[in-house]
Ligand binder design. Structure first.
Ligand SMILES: [Zn+2]
Length: 207
């Protein structure tokens, strides 16, 4: 609840301080409305989100799948994710998607389209005319050297804690990996992170 008020305050401040910068406010991405059913998460308003993002829903779904490291199924207005994911984590991913594929890197206008030129996806901005190859295309995350909840990373278990849990260290964060053995190279999904310590669940062993 506190968070909600805080973000409202921020929105208001934005409206006050950057009147000239209306472009982003045009793009109010709806908060994901999620529904948990056992181990899956259903985003009920995925269709609305897609409408705002204005890109192929399959492309967005694929991005989420890659970023979350789990299967997702898109079915009309609904998106089903094969794991429990918080609306915040989904929101964060959508924002990341916007930053990568929708919002012009130069003028921040969302009025862009992606065209494939040769082997490169290029973002064309209708507002300022900028043409930029999509950043980090192929990985979607090359420039964020940061451990974040809801993302997946390749790590090597470098240590084992007192209760036998594996530990790895990445970008200054200690990742606790239940079941990880020293020397294991694994791909982990970050379930929680707090104060420089994260809990990662092994998705698959990297052989
Ligand atoms: Zn632009």
């Amino acid at each position: 609840m506190g968070n909600y008020d805080y973000s409202k305050l921020l929105d208001r401040a934005e409206g006050t301080f950057s009147k000239s910068d209306k472009r982003e406010s045009r793009l109010k991405i709806p908060e994901p409305e999620t529904m948990g059913e056992g181990k899956i998460t259903i985003v009920r308003n995925f269709g609305e989100i897609v409408d705002m993002v204005n890109r192929d829903p399959r492309h967005i779904a694929k991005f989420l799948m890659k970023e979350l490291g789990i299967g997702v199924t898109q079915d009309g207005n609904r998106l089903t994710i094969n794991r429990k994911v918080s609306p915040q984590a989904i929101s964060e991913k959508i924002r990341q998607y916007m930053d990568t594929f929708v919002v012009c890197y130069e003028c921040k206008s969302p009025d862009t389209e992606i065209r494939r030129i040769g082997r490169t996806d290029v973002m064309f901005c209708k507002a300022c005319g900028a043409q930029n190859p999509i950043r980090g295309a192929g990985t979607g995350r090359t420039e964020e050297n940061k451990v974040e909840e809801g993302r997946t990373y390749n790590v090597t278990v470098s240590d084992v804690g007192q209760s036998g849990e594996g530990k790895a260290s990445l970008y200054g964060v200690t990742i606790i990996i239940p079941g990880g053995k020293r020397g294991d190279e694994v791909r982990v999904y970050i379930k929680k992170i707090r104060k420089g310590v994260a809990v990662g669940e092994v998705i698959k062993e990297k052989k």
